[in-house]
Design a protein around this ligand. Structure first.
Ligand code: FDA
Length: 314
């Protein structure tokens, strides 16, 4: 394990500390740090950023920030924000043909509520899927830490009975994921493959360079399958390998897509779109940016220096 792996682990652990969270959220963090990765706090901010992305031929998947909600009213409020978002996208003519879709974390819409959390989350996300269906767009269910993988994939399976276009997310760092790719590589199955952003133990997850090797194995399965792979990475080597595999399997440009996060490698996003590939940007918005931001900082040590400088107000 090298120094950046240690830093990443320490940061991800901090992201789970309530004391650190409240100190950082109250600190005069420079808006520049948050603004780089987050579209703003309200629905019109997300729609505005999505419109700008469309102007450079990029698609969007929009996430309302929030996770680990344990209160039913809050979970319903998150659902209602998604419903307002889908309406606003329709109004701005950004939803049709999936130009802008939404990404939802089940823990934001009730999965963590003790007792019947899974059922509450499913009911809320179903309402979001119904709205997306009417608007002509899609929903992708984000993947959280490994304790939720089975429950999340089960929810995807249930939703797909009515909305076959619901997207799943698989994390290449988990030992189980290559097998999950085989299960989910069937016709029409939308699967976003990412490396994985949580602090996972070596009992369930590959560490260091082994994550990239697993990503390639998973990509091979998805690209050879009949589904719709969504290649979510900023890693130039993996983007190149994905392109080579797509050509090898004679996939047309509309049978897969690349995905990157808002604020990360924007120049490369435009270049990929300009080369005629589908390029979708993950656009988070909302006031609850802390957990998301710390995961982004953990991905790149240089970001931590930027963040600490801004905390110091320099
Ligand atoms: P890696 O972290 O190795 O980065 C490769 C290169 O990209 C870096 O060297 C750097 O140049 C650049 N880079 C990467 N991250 C950066 C950052 N934050 N700031 C600046 N530069 C950066 N995870 C998860 O667990 N569940 C999920 O549902 C999702 N959903 C999701 C959607 C989309 C569209 C994307 C792109 C990613 C996710 N992720 C996710 C996050 C994912 O698991 C992973 O943590 C990040 O994408 C970073 O991994 P890379 O594949 O980019 O490689």
């Amino acid at each position: 394990m090298d120094a950046s792996d240690l830093l990443r682990g320490a940061l991800l652990q901090l992201s789970e500390s309530e004391t650190v969270r409240s100190a950082v959220v109250r600190a005069p963090v420079s808006r520049a740090v948050v603004d780089r990765y987050v579209a703003g706090e309200a629905v019109p901010d997300a729609v505005g950023v999505t419109g700008e992305l469309r102007a450079t031929n990029r698609l969007a998947t929009i996430d309302h920030l929030g996770e680990d909600v344990t209160d039913r009213a809050q979970a319903e409020a998150a659902r209602d924000t998604y419903l307002a978002l889908v309406d606003a996208l329709t109004e701005a003519d950004l939803a049709r043909f999936g130009a802008a879709e939404v990404s939802v974390k089940l823990s934001a819409v009730g999965q963590s509520i003790p007792g019947d959390g899974d059922a509450i989350a499913l009911e809320n996300v179903r309402a979001i899927c119904e709205a997306a269906d009417r608007a002509g767009t899609t929903v992708t269910i984000d993947m959280e830490d490994h304790t939720r993988t089975d429950r999340t994939l089960e929810a995807v399976r249930e939703l797909r009975a009515d909305f076959p276009w619901v997207g799943a997310v698989l994390q290449a760092y988990l030992h189980r994921t290559e097998a999950d790719c085989r299960d989910l590589a069937g016709a029409g199955s939308r699967v976003r493959l990412c490396k994985g952003a949580y602090n996972e133990p070596s009992s369930v997850a590959f560490q260091g360079g082994d994550v990239d090797l697993s990503y390639v194995r998973c990509l091979k399965v998805l690209m050879a399958g009949e589904g719709y792979p969504m290649v979510a990475t900023h890693d130039p080597r993996l983007v190149e390998i994905a392109q080579a595999l797509a050509s090898h399997h004679q996939r047309s440009p509309d049978s897969y897509e690349f995905q990157m996060l808002l604020g990360v490698r924007a120049g490369e996003q435009k270049r990929i779109a300009d080369r005629g590939h589908q390029m979708r940007v993950y656009v988070p918005f909302g006031a609850d940016w802390y957990g998301y931001l710390v995961r982004r900082l953990a991905e790149r040590p240089a970001n931590v220096r930027f963040f600490l400088r801004s905390l110091a107000g320099s």
